[in-house]
Design a protein around this ligand. Structure first.
Ligand code: KG4
Ligand code: ZN
Length: 352
């Protein structure tokens, strides 16, 4: 079973080819992030236009690098939600057209489920991928941490899962991005906050952990606490404008804020994951989504989980086509329903 996966839910135009749900044959990602950086966030219109410009060459490159022609491809998988409408439309319309033109079955994939499936890749001859040694076993606890989602899900088998909890407000990635803004660090916030954190004291600033439902999260209070502490550090009160903070904070203060936030944000996730392990005794724990690239999160999980955890390659944590191709393989191998290439619509607010 060889599946071409197409992912365009945000700013990455991505295509990949995966065999049998475990072997990565190619993984091509073109990002328009260098344009969005100057605006401090993804501009939906620009993202959609960039997808249109590069999607055809990206797909062709994915086929070429996998040494595949259309004859070798058994099915096409595409992200139909959640994501930005204009961005999703480009991927879905492209996949629909290709499915009709090449007479291939089409599988509609949930972006967040896709992130989880990056963990099922175990083999590749592509350079610079350290993949898991084996596919995760069930029951599997999935920790989903991205720019749009923070949730815990318990998978009893493929396509049989229960959402244990989710964020009540912001996603953890959004909180990283906001803290970067407060401290004047570049967008996207995750990598830059983590870099600053490496030179800071993770216990320098007192930050609260939200009290919410057993497996739920909340990051808006933590975000506000960072703002208040930053204002206090320079001797100002809550009326001081956040966009002026960066120029008044010293390098050391910024690093301490970053390190303290990073520690508490990751602890929030790990506390609940440990709790879920105690209650459900999963055979495996996986992490998924852009924040799964966080070294601090990986460190805390390794130290505190009651079972060993293997992490997906960094390149497979942020948005990519490989995760969608892998999910598509499992859908095909497990006789999941196909999508109608004449009518498949986008679902920008799709949830798990
Ligand atoms: O999964 P993703 O690529 O896009 C969504 O589906 O949302 O996640 C993007 C998020 C951003 O908020 C970014 O700041 C965060 O992942 N991120 C990180 C790291 N790399 C990316 N957060 C913490 N540490 C990182 N190293
Ligand atoms: Zn994502």
């Amino acid at each position: 079973m060889i599946v071409l996966g197409i992912e365009t839910s945000c700013d990455e135009t991505a295509a990949a080819v995966v065999r049998d749900g475990h072997e990565l044959l190619s993984n091509v990602v073109a990002s328009s992030m260098d344009i969005h950086v100057q605006y401090g966030g993804v501009v939906p219109e620009i993202a959609a236009r960039s997808h249109i410009e590069v999607i055809t060459p990206v797909i062709q490159q994915a086929l070429d690098e996998a040494n595949c022609t259309w004859d070798d491809i058994d099915a096409i998988a595409v992200t139909y939600g959640a994501g930005l409408s204009g961005s999703l439309l480009v991927g879905v319309m492209t996949a629909r057209t290709l499915a009709i033109a090449h007479d291939k079955p089409l599988y509609a994939c949930n972006h967040v489920e896709g992130h989880v499936y990056a963990n099922f890749l175990t083999d590749t001859s592509l350079p610079d991928y350290s993949l898991r040694s084996a596919q995760p076993g069930f029951p599997m606890l999935a920790i989903i941490v991205s720019g749009g989602h923070s949730q815990l899900a318990l998978f009893r088998d493929h396509f049989d899962y229960e959402l244990l909890g989710r964020t009540q407000d912001d996603a953890i990635g959004e909180a990283f991005d906001k803290v970067a803004k407060i401290t004047g660090l570049p967008y996207p916030g995750g990598p830059s906050v983590e870099k600053a954190a490496a030179s800071g004291d993770p216990h320098a600033i007192k930050l609260p952990k939200a009290k919410v439902g057993k497996y739920d999260f909340s990051f808006s209070g933590l975000k506000t606490a960072v703002l208040r502490q930053a204002q206090a550090l320079i001797g100002e009160d809550y009326t001081f404008p956040s966009f002026k903070l960066a120029e008044r904070l010293s390098e050391a203060q910024k690093n301490d804020i970053a390190a303290s936030f990073c520690r508490v944000a990751c602890e929030t996730i790990v506390d609940k994951a440990v709790l879920a392990c105690e209650e459900f005794a999963p055979k495996s724990v996986v992490i998924a989504g852009g924040v799964a690239a966080s070294r601090e999160l990986r460190k805390q999980l390794t130290e505190r989980l009651p079972l060993p955890i293997e992490f997906p390659a960094f390149k497979l944590c942020t948005d990519n086509g490989a995760m969608i191709a892998t999910l598509g393989c499992f859908k095909a191998m497990r006789d999941q329903p196909t999508a109608d290439p004449l009518t498949l619509d986008i679902a920008p607010n799709l949830s798990m």
